[in-house]
Ligand binder design. Structure first.
Ligand SMILES: CC(=O)N[C@H]1[C@@H](OP(=O)(O)OP(=O)(O)OC[C@H]2O[C@@H](n3ccc(=O)[nH]c3=O)[C@H](O)[C@@H]2O)O[C@H](CO)[C@@H](O)[C@@H]1O
Ligand SMILES: C=C(OP(=O)(O)O)C(=O)O
Length: 515
């Protein structure tokens, strides 16, 4: 019998190994291309298995990635793949985990506290592991409390930045959030460059602009940022953010929290992870006015020593992912613990598209601040929206939720334009939906035209090297009748805990395998 696995070409296998090794190294396609003096599109073709490779080129790639790709049999990592038997209806209830983005901000913020921080209900995901590894490498005690999802954190009096785990740091963009807490503590320090998913250029310039009023001066050289901080004169600081970005807002808040005196931050993001960070800082004794708005007034403290516990709040992006699983499989499922403040616009758009859903009464999250509901989606006749769908900084349709709308639009009757103005390289990954039968066209790097409804069919696809598009393809495979294979899915664990297993609990048929 011929299976989908047998039909994999050796080139596709090699391409998938290269992609895995590159991601493992925390490099974008463009960065690998630069090391090999070739183009990003050549790397994209190699990873897709659509370009012949000489042994010489393979050896160069292997060296550039320290990956032992020659011989292939000795490859150090074995990527995980999923085989999805799609076209099944799901049923039951699935609960939203706490958010990756709040967890990483809170882990960075714990550097401000000389006392003990316990973060409760942290999702067990790779992005958290990476920041934990970085914190441990600089001397912070971080431990999972046995049998729980709680992380106990205690920092030493002096941090050992010279021992930093470069490899873990370079795989995450969140390392950039060490600047805010550290700048009040050390007059000079060095940090490795920030990494992350393959989403195109993501500048760190807004962070530098935001932190300059606190006296930070950064030069970048040889893979490192060198920071020099001028002494704080205690005068009020006024920060105007050039972008209403989430981590840049968090960086400014953490810098403000670690100084005596008043800081006013304008054009702040009021998004969910920023609110979580503020709630935690309040427990540390930092005063913050304007939480949930775009102007924050922070009265910080240069010495914080408090034993605190904080429950990380629920992830609106995971909520959107799980709702999408129900919507595209035409199922009735309940997604429990949805932070409703951060899903209202998504629900309004879905409602216009004809989605039928019901909401439970609101209840409070364990952090005592975030409003939650349970959402039940019902099988619906979906139609394309009249206007394009585009994200905005909060309050707007969440930037990380946009990819799920491409998939939902492919299930809806009619024509939808998806405008991802934010990321240069994300919409392109969604064109993989065509492999499963969708009519999706990339108009330019930022705009996708989607014509639905789709008659989905199974296919074998290499997992896109970006978190949300990877999950979108997995969910499309749940909708597609027949068997699909998603190769190299390890990236999903960066932001989702046991996603496949949890979908199986709803009735999805998914097998995990390795080569
Ligand atoms: C750890 C974390 O919290 N990550 C989130 C955070 O990343 P993060 O805060 O790092 O996002 P970036 O600062 O990279 O912003 C994302 C992109 O949006 C652009 N931009 C952003 C805001 C704005 O007002 N104008 C503008 O042009 C940036 O130039 C960049 O290209 O916010 C992103 C946007 O919500 C989310 O996708 C990430 O999941
Ligand atoms: C882009 C994302 O996150 P990060 O900022 O961690 O890359 C995401 O969560 O989709």
């Amino acid at each position: 019998m011929t299976t989908l696995e047998d039909s994999t070409t050796p080139l596709a296998e090699i391409g998938s190994l290269i992609r895995g090794a590159r991601q493992n190294k925390g490099l974008t396609q463009a960065q690998l291309a630069e090391r090999l003096s070739t183009s990003q599109s050549a790397i994209a073709r190699i990873e897709q298995g659509s370009q012949n490779l000489s042994v010489d080129m393979l050896a160069r790639i292997s060296a550039a990635l320290d990956a032992g790709l020659l011989p292939i049999a000795n490859t150090p990592q074995r990527p995980t793949h999923l085989r999805v038997h799609g076209g099944r209806t799901l049923s039951g209830t699935i609960t939203v985990n706490s958010s990756k983005n709040a967890a990483v901000a809170l882990l960075c913020a714990s550097l401000l506290n000389r006392g003990r921080t316990v973060l409760r209900g942290v999702a067990n995901i790779v992005e958290v592991d990476r920041i934990v590894a970085v914190l441990q490498s600089i001397g912070v005690e971080v431990e999972w409390v046995e049998g729980s999802r709680d992380l106990e954190i205690r920092r030493p009096a002096e941090l050992d930045l010279s021992g930093i785990d470069d490899d873990a740091a370079r795989r995450t963009r969140s390392i950039i959030m060490f600047f805010g807490p550290l700048l009040g503590q050390q007059p000079t320090f060095e940090l490795p460059y920030a990494g992350g998913c393959d989403l195109g250029t993501r500048t760190v310039e807004p962070h530098m602009i935001a932190l300059r009023p606190f006296g930070l001066d950064v030069t970048a050289s040889a893979g490192e940022y060198r920071a020099v901080v001028a002494p704080d004169d205690g005068e009020p600081v006024r920060v105007v953010l050039t972008e209403r970005g989430d981590t840049v807002t968090e960086n400014a808040i953490m810098a403000a929290a670690g100084r005596d005196g008043v800081t006013v931050i304008r054009n702040a993001s009021p998004n969910y992870m920023v609110q979580d960070l503020c709630f935690y800082l309040e427990l540390l004794g930092v005063e913050i006015e304007g939480i949930g708005s775009t102007t924050l007034t922070v009265r910080g403290r240069s010495h914080i020593d408090a034993d605190v516990e904080y429950h990380v709040s629920e992830d609106p992006v995971e909520a959107m992912s799980l709702l999408t699983a129900g919507i595209v499989t035409d199922s009735e499922i309940t997604v429990a613990r949805v932070p409703i403040e951060f899903m209202e616009i998504e629900l309004a758009v879905l409602s216009e598209m004809g989605l039928r859903y019901s909401l439970s009464p609101e209840y409070m999250a364990l952090n005592g601040r975030t409003r939650l509901v349970d959402i039940t989606v019902h099988p619906s006749e979906l139609k394309a929206p009249i206007d394009k769908i585009h994200p905005m900084p909060f309050p707007g349709l969440n930037i990380d939720n946009l990819p799920f709308f491409a998939l939902i639009a492919a299930c809806a009757d009619g024509h939808t334009t998806i405008h991802d103005w934010v990321y240069d390289n994300r919409a392109i990954h969604l064109t993989d939906l065509t492999r499963l039968g969708a009519n999706v066209r990339l108009l330019d790097p930022h705009r996708l035209d989607v014509d639905g409804p789709t008659h989905w069919s199974g296919a074998e696809i290499s997992c896109p090297p970006a978190l949300r598009p990877a999950v979108v393809i997995l969910l499309a495979m749940l909708a597609a009748k027949g068997t699909s294979v998603l190769r190299g899915v390890d990236i999903i664990r960066r932001g989702y805990e046991q996603l496949a297993d949890r979908l199986i609990e709803l009735g999805a048929q998914i097998d995990t395998f390795q080569d």
